[in-house]
Design a protein around this ligand. Structure first.
Ligand SMILES: Cc1ncc(COP(=O)(O)O)c(C=O)c1O
Length: 471
């Protein structure tokens, strides 16, 4: 389609987006569908004949929207928010048209060089030294896995050639992380052939931070037993509570013992752009690799994860492989050399649009607003005898529990409260476990969220509590 046909359709799609935005706040954040409902509205066979866009948009409205969890909803407070702004939406639209695949420099000089520059802008934004280079991958899971492969190649010579199976010259590889670290690290260890038995979940202190002394003794015990400590992963902003591991102390252990340090700042990373939050990031500049996800707390539409590294050669070593049909003579760097995927989306475009259309100032202002709102909420919770805050809240997540009426089981009561709050439809919260206790999580982080949405969530929590207590 070309000419006016495309322009009319693009305008139609833009109008649809505008009306979705207007109506979204009045839709339930979590859809009221059962498994199979959406599939039942879709024909089993693909259509033979084309239909006009109006007809597709009408089905989008009738069949798909009722089954959407609205991640851009101002009442979305679950997990960590992944929302989008105009800049990201428009860039994704254009990226689909430009359809770049920067596997080699020659297959997209602009895609390659824009990606490199955007990684560098993010590095500067979060105040890391220029010793860090990087690239953009889809998710933190991919970024951490890619980092682990590089660490493994460094610790065990020539895995890319000889593999790991049946080798008498190497013991089992081990990964160290806190008991609060994200499961993507455990998965990375499974995929890299370590096995879950070789993942050490180091104990945490009362503030849910990895205990460095326990880390050091675990590494020593493994070395003594002939195992190979490959990587330590420290987290800045854990998923459960946003606790922050003591990265400086951990980095000293890693340097002394010659072990790769990876920092998972998938959610909290962008907050390093705020001078008042820098202390939470102390020592992260000593890491070998760092992951942070613009698609979490920078309001970049999913997917967009940045993997920063110090040693580009070490990152290429595990997987760089160029068959004849991909050979080219140019000197430019080929992004396909790092990580598993060959083809790659033009993710850098949305970062470029965001930095240009929102400015670093705008990005910082949004982060500050989210942190302030979370602080306000924590204050209300602390001042209310029906609730208690369960963990420190250095960023924009508040983890808390309702104090049930006398005699009620706290975990059961909180589980029911969460169900009731989410059933209401205006907000969506998620849960975690803190010290074995069922806890509620309210993560502020939506680009579309406002103070009014946090106040609304707080009222819903209190109202539901009172209704449950009255029943
Ligand atoms: C700290 C942390 N690391 C890693 C991940 C995994 O992120 P992704 O979905 O991008 O793989 C998450 C997801 O919430 C996270 O919170």
């Amino acid at each position: 389609m070309s000419g006016n046909g495309f322009l009319d359709d693009a305008a139609r799609a833009a109008r649809w987006i505008a009306s979705y935005r207007e109506s979204m706040a009045s839709l339930p954040v979590l859809p009221r569908v059962k498994p199979g409902d959406v599939a039942a509205g879709l024909p089993e066979k693909p259509p033979e004949k084309p239909v006009p866009l109006e007809s597709v948009l009408s089905d989008l409205e009738d069949v798909i929207v009722p089954g959407l969890t609205h991640w851009n909803h101002p009442g979305f407070f679950a997990y960590f928010c992944s929302s989008s702004t105009d800049a990201g939406v428009l860039a994704e639209f254009l990226a689909a048209e430009l359809n770049q695949n920067a596997m080699l420099w020659r297959t997209s000089p602009a895609g390659t060089e824009l990606e490199q520059r955007m990684v560098d802008w993010v590095r500067r934004f979060v105040g890391l030294p220029d010793a860090f280079d990087g690239l953009i991958l889809d998710t933190a899971s991919s970024s951490s896995f890619t980092a682990l492969l590089a660490a493994r190649e460094q610790a065990v010579p020539d895995v890319r050639q000889r593999g790991l199976a049946g080798r008498r010259d190497v013991g089992p590889c081990v990964l160290y992380l806190s008991a609060e670290a994200h499961s993507s690290m455990d998965k990375a260890a499974m995929a890299a052939g370590f096995g879950l038995d070789q993942v050490r979940h180091i104990p945490v202190d009362e503030n849910l931070r990895m205990v460095p002394a326990a880390l050091e003794s675990a590494i020593r015990a493994d070395r003594d037993a002939g195992l190979i400590p490959v990587m330590v992963c420290a987290t800045i902003g854990t998923t459960s509570t946003t606790s922050v591991d003591p990265v400086r102390d951990i980095s000293e252990i890693c340097e002394r013992m010659g072990i790769w340090l990876h920092v998972d700042a998938a959610y909290a990373g962008p907050a390093a752009a705020l001078p008042e939050k820098r202390e939470e990031f102390e020592g992260w500049e000593r890491a070998d690799t760092i992951v942070l996800n613009p698609h979490k707390w920078m309001s970049t539409p999913i997917d967009c994860s940045i993997l920063l590294f110090r040693d580009a050669a070490a990152m290429r070593r595990p997987l760089a492989l160029t068959p004849e049909y991909l050979r080219s003579d140019e000197d430019g760097s080929n992004l396909m050399d790092i990580g598993l995927s060959l083809g790659r989306r033009f993710r850098a475009l949305k970062l470029w649009f965001q930095f240009r259309m929102e400015g670093a100032e705008g990005l910082r202002e949004r982060l500050r607003r989210h942190i302030a709102l979370a602080g306000e909420l924590a204050g209300w919770i602390e001042a209310d005898a029906r609730f208690e805050v369960l963990a420190p809240h250095p960023f924009s997540l508040v983890v808390f529990q309702a104090v049930p009426p006398r005699g009620a089981d706290p975990d059961e009561w909180n589980r029911r409260l969460l169900e009731a709050v989410n059933r209401d439809g205006r907000v969506f919260l998620s849960h975690t476990a803190v010290g074995g206790r069922f806890a509620l999580r309210l993560a502020v982080g939506s680009a579309r969220g406002t103070e009014a949405s946090v106040i609304e969530a707080w009222h819903i929590l209190k109202d539901q509590y009172d209704q449950m207590a009255a029943d």
